[in-house]
Design a protein around this ligand. Structure first.
Ligand SMILES: N[C@@H](CCC(=O)N[C@@H](CS)C(=O)NCC(=O)O)C(=O)O
Length: 124
């Protein structure tokens, strides 16, 4: 399958929200379909950070994923959970069986609550 995703702006070091995206690409068997563009928010210079905030991610955090082609081409996607869900839809894999939709939506709700809680309290 040809993937529309070209750039995943992130650093290669262990950062849990970035790791989430990389694991998702791996689960989808799509590790060759994206390019990891190094950007480390903790080590960026003031100029690099300003560029990143202005043109990629207003919060200055990673990951951010630039979609290269297709109807979403040119868009920058933010939030690792949203990116993971988008990738499942894009590849048509790791999606819930239609009969399981109520349980799926419940687990998405729980997942997002956890992500928001953890994100706000420990900053990942
Ligand atoms: N909720 C966001 C969290 C993003 C986030 O906080 N990433 C951390 C690395 S795991 C970061 O970029 N920290 C740098 C900073 O806060 O300036 C997501 O899941 O994408």
């Amino acid at each position: 399958m040809h993937c529309a995703v070209k750039h995943c702006i992130a650093d290669k070091t262990f950062q849990i929200a970035v790791l989430r995206i990389r694991v998702r690409f791996s689960e989808l068997g799509a590790e060759e379909d994206y390019e990891l563009v190094p950007y480390n928010p903790y080590l960026a210079s003031d100029d690099e950070r300003q560029w990143y905030v202005d043109s990629v991610h207003p919060h200055g955090t990673v990951p951010a994923m630039v979609v290269d082609e297709g109807p979403n081409g040119g868009r920058v996607m933010l939030e690792s959970a949203a990116i993971c869900m988008y990738l499942a839809e894009l590849y048509g894999h790791l999606l819930p069986h239609p009969d399981m939709m109520p349980e799926y939506l419940e687990s998405v709700q729980l997942y997002l609550i956890c992500i928001l809680y953890v994100g706000l309290t420990v900053g990942v």
